[in-house]
Design a protein around this ligand. Sequence first.
Ligand code: SAM
Length: 401
Amino acid sequence: MTAIDDSPVRDPDALRADMVRALRDQDAITSEPVAAAFTAVPRHRFAPEAPLSLVYDLHRTVPVKKDEHGLDISVMSAAHLQAVMLEQADVKPGMNVLEIGSGGYNAALIQELVGGEGAVTTVDIDRDIVDRARRCLDDAGYDQVKTVLADGETGVPDGAPYDRIIVTAAAWDIPPSWIKGLDEKGRLVVPLTVRGTTRSIAFDRDGEGLASHSYRLARFVPMQGEGTAKERKAMLRDGVAVQTDDERVPFNTKALNHALDTPRREFWSGAAYDLPDELELYLTLRLSSPARLHASMDIVDSGLVEASALLGVPALVSEDSIAYRTRRENEDTGGFESGVVAHGPQAEALADEYLKLLRLWAQDHRRRGAAVIRFLPGPAPSALPETSVLKRHGVVAVSWH
Ligand SMILES: C[S@@+](CC[C@H](N)C(=O)[O-])C[C@H]1O[C@@H](n2cnc3c(N)ncnc32)[C@H](O)[C@@H]1O
């Protein structure tokens, strides 16, 4: 990673130049217009209260507002993620763009990309955030950006159709207004949560629905309002939790917690482990009863759960047993080999199903961008495609080629 020199003598312009260089080095910025936008917009003017070292850090968010539990509900997104999403969006001069989730900075970047002939509207559900974004935009000279207070679930029909809609909060679903508000040739870039993992997906129109052009892992504050995520979450014990958005999954918290106290069994696939984001997409769509297992550092240090669960790992769950992915170094598979840890009376059967998928993925789909993610709006068909997830407003269907 390129280090950014943040000694007191550095001024914001120098820090910004370093940031742009580092974003290019890390392939987050891959085009000249996006580089020029990041160079032009004074990022620190959109977070005047934050230290420059934080504002110009590539990977850290800048806190703006927290809820009553101290959890972030609004942040200035990390520069790296903003660059990746703007590259995915491929915004051109003269375009009409809607941003859902405001802060000011990203809207200013988009204004730079669309230029004087283009238009940018940014909408937020929170009055404090809209007011703050307005102040920062005016202060930095981006008074042409339009700010709107509303639940982004309904879009901003007044300004439609949009050439681009860029969502900057984690969405669990794609409401009809986003597709309706998009131009025929438009693109929607949205951090969509599927089976507990959020990916920034660039969707182009595909008939009545959408098909992915690209996807990248992303982390975002959750969408509030009508579009709030529909997931079940359960604490098994302090530091161990499971979550799922699949209604088929039994959630017998007591029995699953008990399973963790039964002996741990390890099974190895003999297949290579890498590209975890690609592998996870495959696993969570193919496992017959998928959930996400999370464990705290204390639990991992105690040896009860593997480190793979620190950021959440796909798990296969039955009434009384649980299996999840792990890895070990193995030169024969080239770096790492994937494996499964399982607990409970059905440990072996769950591990069997899991191992088959680990092997199939390594054999047939182990490359970046191998999946196409589609969104099929409207009522669910009577027979869902095999690798699909039912949402409120449609179906997310994933295929591998
Ligand atoms: C990560 S922040 C946005 C960052 C911003 N785009 C920037 O320039 O860095 C996410 C924002 O989404 C907003 N938000 C959450 N749910 C929303 C909804 N349903 N409609 C509109 N905004 C929403 C939050 O209030 C929060 O300000």
